[in-house]
Design a protein around this ligand. Structure first.
Ligand code: ADP
Ligand code: NI
Length: 216
């Protein structure tokens, strides 16, 4: 099968798997990240096919949507085998997907250029106007408040604390989103991140200016 067909079939497969997901991993997140990954890949002279395939499949293996991380990765491998992907391409895609997630922030830097590109594309979708919307949607889906002054932001969390501990949408900005600008791998993503970062800072300023309960 040629690469164009593999991408087309993979798009259909991922669409069917994720179009009903409402916790921030919906199909349009995938579509935006895939388009961004392609744009950055061209700018940075990375392998476009690997970037596009890894971006399309990156949330299929998410541990939140599967029984375990291993089960999720196996699902991706099964799919890639079913469309006749060669072993070394599967290895490159799996290596990206298995190491790109945030999980508290303490992950080592991505080793391949393609991994750096896809991780940047995913992170750009977590910040700026879209990132703000996704944060409140995710918090709502987990029953978290938009803001709780009693809960202080957590820093230097372990992966378990990041997933399990109680937080709020506003705290998530301090626990993750405002740290992402400095973590961008590629020059192109760093540039885009600047404006999105400023927008979040402005948003938080406005949020706290409007937050008045009489107890401040
Ligand atoms: P990652 O791929 O970095 O592990 P997730 O898949 O956990 O990120 O996050 C999906 C979306 O929900 C992202 O926009 C992320 O910033 C947001 N998000 C993750 N955890 C929280 C949280 N505790 N509260 C609010 N938003 C969150
Ligand atoms: Ni994602």
């Amino acid at each position: 099968m040629d690469k164009e067909k593999m991408i087309k079939f993979t798009k259909e497969y991922v669409y069917n798997e994720l179009h009903n997901e409402s916790s921030g991993h919906d199909w349009y997140h995938i579509a935006r990240v895939t388009f961004m990954a392609r744009t950055i890949a061209i700018e940075e002279h990375a392998d476009e096919f690997i970037c596009e395939m890894a971006a399309l499949l990156h949330d299929i293996a998410d541990e939140k949507l599967n029984e375990s991380e291993e089960a999720g990765l196996q699902k991706v491998i099964t799919w890639l085998n079913s469309i006749g992907t060669d072993a070394s391409t599967i290895q490159r895609i799996i290596s990206i997907i298995s190491t790109m997630s945030f999980k508290g922030g303490g992950q080592p830097k991505m080793t391949s250029l393609e991994g750096q590109v896809v991780q940047d594309a995913d992170r750009l979708d977590a910040i700026g106007a879209i990132g703000i919307a996704r944060t409140f949607a995710y918090a709502g889906s987990k029953g978290e408040l938009i803001y709780d002054p009693e809960l202080k932001p957590r820093i230097n969390m372990t992966k378990e604390e990041y997933r399990k501990g109680r937080s709020s949408a506003i705290n998530h900005f301090y626990e993750k989103l405002l740290t992402l600008k400095e973590k961008m791998n590629t020059g192109y993503a760093k540039q885009l991140a600047e404006e999105r970062h400023r927008l979040m800072e402005q948003y938080l300023d406005d949020f706290f200016n409007e937050w008045k309960t009489g107890n401040e």
